[in-house]
Design a protein around this ligand. Structure first.
Ligand code: FAD
Ligand code: NAP
Length: 520
């Protein structure tokens, strides 16, 4: 609903206006950008018409506010007067009006669950729903059950019908250590599957099991040292988190439960958890793209799986703004290491700075040593999609190259069946090509890898291919190494580029399973 560019972007003649079947971004009027909205929210104007009072809203009351100039919407139990926001909504007024006077939670969750509407719409808050709204009944009931408010047997019953069986945990201690053991009852668990944070008085261990999230959330009974270790016994799906006691005393109990402790809920309902990371370095990669290195806190264990992204959060003029970014390695030529060997505290990002953008100029202004919040990972790419692959084709436009970095690295290092890896990299000019020399070096380092640069606005000296993604380019490029070779095509770039690419790939008879597109 919220954090998207404004005004007539893309420009009317831009390629990004290629008709698309996806989520619409509506050109906004002059003075209605996200930054303009933030300024309005900071102006002190009474945007709800309630003079700062919060009220309990009944279903009947909510229904009455269903007109453009008097539009209330409920999101996750809270009611907002979104009339003042109408003209600023990048998804257009019609999308907002489709939830007018009702519960928009499902619509919101469908389109952009990660957007931090609480901060964006804080001055539009009317109050809480007094009774359960009708449309989001399932969502609220599911939350209630899975937050552990029903007996455990019922939780397990409900999940058993659709998801993996419920994990459990236990703990034991020695004189100096406390070990928390999570029994996932799944075999495909690894060090990427568990995210541990110890901040202030809260200890959190979130384990991702298929599309579910199992949370241990405790206030520990005694103090622990900053660093801890995480081990996974893969064949039995057991995770061990080994904490070091600050004092060698006997713990009578592990701690007390905090919010959602011992809950096992669909990941999409779990919400994003952020931790503050320090900016360690910032290096120019092209004229507008930089490599940022951030350091996780010492008391965090987090590894971003291949093909997944995280959200970065900054407070801009008093409003929290969140944007997704895909971690890369510090170099394309880094040797791939299994997570067990690279328990790295550093996360790298290749980020393009848009001078007229909202988020990236702020990011660029951060000084070394400044902090930025990073969420837990998200995304639907699975390593299993590359296993036993013979041909891997990567179609990237601009910073759409970022998910390809780890995929390329992993595939070339870990997939013995692989015969061919080809990257088709679309950019405007030669100066825009990210890590060009590294990409070229990789073609020498590994004979299975090949690269094709396509430029849309090259100089007259460019001898390579030019143009945009097209049937002719793709049919020549996507040659299987054998008739029945197992193939995967990954595509990432501006949304209209990706959508057009998918249509062309279907026209070339590649099946759904042979295509993976990276989108929001
Ligand atoms: P925005 O404010 O969104 O502006 C974007 C563009 O619109 C700019 O060109 C800006 O000049 C133009 N614009 C803004 N306002 C106007 C206006 N009023 N009129 C005309 N034009 C306007 N990006 C990366 O660089 N690296 C990554 O690894 C990466 N990973 C991503 C992963 C995912 C899953 C997704 C969905 C996106 C990813 N992105 C990545 C893109 C990133 O999330 C942001 O969209 C991007 O950084 C732009 O943010 P911004 O707020 O600076 O720009
Ligand atoms: P860019 O420089 O604007 O574009 C790169 C190339 O793609 C240019 O040659 C451009 O041509 C071409 N192009 C743009 N739109 C096109 C279209 N509709 N059809 C055909 N070709 C098109 O790219 P960028 O500024 O780096 O943006 C990268 C995009 O990737 C962003 O939108 C970002 O959100 C997205 N991204 C997504 C993910 C993810 O995981 N989902 C990860 C990283 C980045 P012209 O400029 O000449 O039109």
């Amino acid at each position: 609903m919220l954090n998207v560019p404004s005004q007539s972007f893309p420009a009317p003649s831009s390629q990004q206006r290629v008709a698309s079947g996806g989520r619409s971004k509506v050109p906004l009027k002059q003075g209605r950008s996200l930054m303009d909205w933030i300024r309005l929210t900071e102006s002190g104007k009474d945007l709800t018409g309630l003079k700062g009072k919060l009220i309990d809203v009944t279903e009947e009351e909510l229904k009455k506010h269903n007109k453009k100039d008097d539009c209330w919407i409920c999101i996750r139990g809270y009611v907002y007067n979104v009339s003042p926001y109408m003209e600023y909504h990048p998804g257009g007024e019609d999308t907002l009006m489709s939830a007018a006077g009702s519960d928009g939670t499902d619509l919101f969750n469908q389109i952009h669950p990660w957007v931090n509407y609480e901060s964006m719409l804080k001055v539009c808050l009317v109050g809480r729903m007094a009774v359960k709204p009708t449309v989001s009944k399932d969502y609220r009931e599911e939350k209630k059950v899975l937050n552990g408010m029903l007996p455990k047997s019922q939780v397990t019953d409900i999940l058993a019908k659709e998801g993996p069986s419920s994990p459990s945990y236990d703990w034991f201690q020695t004189e100096s250590l406390v070990t928390i053991v999570i029994y996932t009852k799944q075999k495909d668990i690894n060090l990427d599957s568990v995210i541990v944070d110890h901040q202030d008085d809260s200890f959190r261990a979130e384990t991702i099991i298929k599309d579910y999230s199992y949370l241990i959330h405790l206030g520990l009974s005694h103090e622990i040292q900053e660093d801890f270790s995480v081990r996974v016994v893969e064949n039995v799906g057991k995770i061990e988190i080994v904490l070091k006691k600050k004092e060698n005393t006997f713990w009578k109990c592990l701690g007390h439960s905090l919010e959602n402790h011992n809950s096992f809920i669909p990941k999409k309902d779990a919400g994003l958890y952020y931790r503050r990371c320090r900016l360690i370095s910032k290096e120019d990669v092209t004229h507008d793209t930089k490599l940022f290195c951030l350091m996780l806190p010492p008391s965090t264990h987090l590894q971003v799986p291949i093909g997944q992204h995280v959200y970065l959060k900054l407070t801009i003029t008093g409003t929290e703004i969140v944007k997704p970014y895909t971690p890369v390695f510090d170099s394309l030529l880094s040797e791939f290491q299994e997570p067990v060997l690279c328990n790295s505290k550093y996360i790298y990002f290749l980020i393009k700075i848009y001078p007229a953008g909202l988020f990236t100029p702020e990011l660029d202004h951060l000084q070394i040593g400044d902090y930025i919040s990073i969420s837990s990972p998200e995304g639907n790419f699975k390593k299993s999609q590359i296993e036993e692959l013979e041909d891997l084709f990567l179609l990237a436009a601009g910073t759409g190259f970022t998910p390809m970095v780890k995929i390329l690295n992993y595939a070339l290092t870990n997939i013995p069946s692989l015969r061919k890896v080809k990257l088709m990299f679309f950019n405007k000019t030669e100066d825009d090509i990210i890590w060009r020399s590294q990409v070229e070096k990789l073609t020498f380092k590994d004979k299975r890898f090949d690269i094709e640069f396509i430029l849309s606005a090259p100089t007259s000296e460019w001898n390579g291919k030019r143009g945009y993604i097209s049937p002719a380019l793709l049919s020549e490029f996507l040659k299987r190494s054998s008739d029945k070779s197992k193939v995967l095509i990954c595509i990432c770039g501006p949304t209209p580029f990706t959508e057009q690419g998918i249509r062309l790939l279907h026209d070339l008879n590649f099946s759904k399973d042979e295509i993976h597109s990276f989108t929001a």
